[in-house]
Structure formats: structure tokens, C-alpha cells
Design a protein around this ligand. Structure first.
Ligand SMILES: [Zn+2]
Length: 72
């Protein structure tokens, strides 16, 4: 059984949409690293997961821009 999930890659520290299998492992599409399902934020429908990923990445971008503004 394959479930849709939202997970964070520990290598890139970016959030992405993943398909989690019962093996309790998932592979990051961006860097190809094997990750533990412990880092999965949540599981829902595919549409919900994609929305959640977009929101988290948007927030992360805002934090990085704010830090850059303070530095500059
Ligand atoms: Zn990765």
C-alpha cells in the first residue's frame, strides 16, 4: 500500500511530497538519499499533501529572505 505523505529531507532540509510505502523508508527525489519515515510530517490525500508542501516551502523562503534582509 502506497500512501501520500509530506516529509522533510534531512540532507537538503527542504520539504517535499513523497509516496510512503509500508517499508517505512522513502527516497528523496531531489538528492536520492534514503530517509526514515520518522521524518514524515503527515499523511493525507495527494492534493492536501501538495498544498501543505507549497505552504511549508513558502514559509521557509520567507524566513530565508528575512534573514538576508537583516544581513544586508
Ligand atoms: Zn534529499
Amino acid at each position: 500500500m502506497v500512501a501520500a505523505g509530506v516529509a522533510a529531507c534531512c540532507v537538503l532540509s527542504s520539504v517535499l511530497y513523497v509516496q510512503v510505502r509500508s517499508s517505512r523508508r522513502w527516497t528523496c527525489k531531489l538528492c536520492g538519499d534514503k530517509q526514515s519515515q520518522l521524518k514524515v510530517y503527515g499523511q493525507s490525500s495527494a492534493a492536501d499533501c501538495r498544498r501543505h508542501v507549497q505552504k511549508l516551502n513558502l514559509l521557509q523562503g520567507q524566513v530565508e529572505r528575512a534573514a538576508a534582509d537583516r544581513a544586508g
